[in-house]
Design a protein around this ligand. Structure first.
Ligand SMILES: Nc1ncnc2c1ncn2[C@@H]1O[C@H](COP(=O)(O)OP(=O)(O)OP(=O)(O)O)[C@@H](O)[C@H]1O
Length: 263
């Protein structure tokens, strides 16, 4: 049974994500995910790689409390996914589509998650400006989404997810719609932010190279029914520069992941 547990000395009391023999059977009888057991520790960057339909989004939706798991035990930050979602801003999302409100400025889009929180206007502004600086968009606070490129919209979406300082960030193919150069730039920026913010990131991608570049570990998923086939470690230090993408270690790990995907 693959787990994502770090070596003993890094173990904390509670993993950020704890899944024990979790399955999801949809009301139509479809078993989308079967017997997944994962322990994800604080500060990990875990990618989920697998073909269409292997249950990646189902796992994310269970973790975020959007849908309930059918069987097994699932805890997020020591509580149920539903409570984690309802009672805190500890879990944030980024999707493939930036889903910005077109009539709101960049700044107002980023402040959205703070809208119904007990935060003063001044604090909201400070937090939003802070995260917009992190993603390199300080100059664009007043712009409307239609005035931005695809990469810039994704940066806004990332800033919006970061503004509540989440402990767990779920990213569902965030760079899938971007061109290769923008994608690589955003990957590097995401790693820089992950290193400074020290949050846990779960990242869905179809791209093996993206997974190797970004991750501490890769959960390789296979379909029918969806399960975690293996967990491939990427035991290489951060920061990872561009040379890493052309190194032998990089291609060896990518080859291992590709092999496991064919199971
Ligand atoms: N609401 C639902 N009811 C019934 N079956 C569903 C439902 N949602 C997803 N499925 C099925 O569950 C399986 C896993 O779907 P899921 O969307 O989790 O896969 P995925 O790996 O995220 O796919 P993709 O990479 O295409 O987004 C698929 O066979 C899908 O058809």
């Amino acid at each position: 049974m693959p787990t994502l547990t770090k070596p003993k000395e890094h173990n904390r009391e509670r993993p950020v994500v704890f899944m024990e023999n979790v399955s999801k059977i949809y009301p139509n009888g479809k078993t989308a995910v079967q017997n997944v057991s994962l322990e994800i520790e604080e500060g990990e960057f875990i990618s989920f790689v697998g073909p269409s339909g292997c249950g990646k989004s189902t796992i994310f939706n269970m973790i975020s409390g959007i849908i309930e798991h059918s069987v097994g035990k699932l805890e997020i930050l020591g509580t149920t996914p539903t409570l984690a979602r309802q009672q805190s801003t500890d879990v944030s999302f980024v999707f493939q589509e930036p889903t910005l409100l077109p009539w709101r400025s960049v700044l107002d889009n980023v402040m959205l998650p703070l809208e119904f929180r007990n935060v003063t206007k001044q604090e909201k502004l400070e937090k939003a400006h802070h995260v917009l600086k992190m993603v390199g968009l300080s100059e664009y606070t007043k712009a409307l989404p239609r005035e931005l490129s695809g990469g810039m919209k994704m940066r806004v979406s990332i800033a919006r997810a970061l503004v509540s300082k989440p402990k767990l960030l779920l990213m569902d193919e965030p760079f899938g719609a971007l061109d290769e150069i923008t994608r690589q730039n955003l990957q590097s920026e995401l790693l820089r932010i992950w290193e400074t913010e020290k949050m846990t990131v779960l990242f869905i991608t179809h791209n093996v190279f993206e997974a190797v570049y970004l991750s501490t570990k890769i959960a390789v998923m296979t379909p029918s029914p969806g399960k975690v086939e293996s967990v491939v470690e990427v035991p290489l230090p951060f920061p990872r520069n561009e040379d890493f993408r052309t190194s032998h270690q990089f291609s060896d790990i990518a080859a291992k992941v590709s092999q496991d995907l064919k199971f």
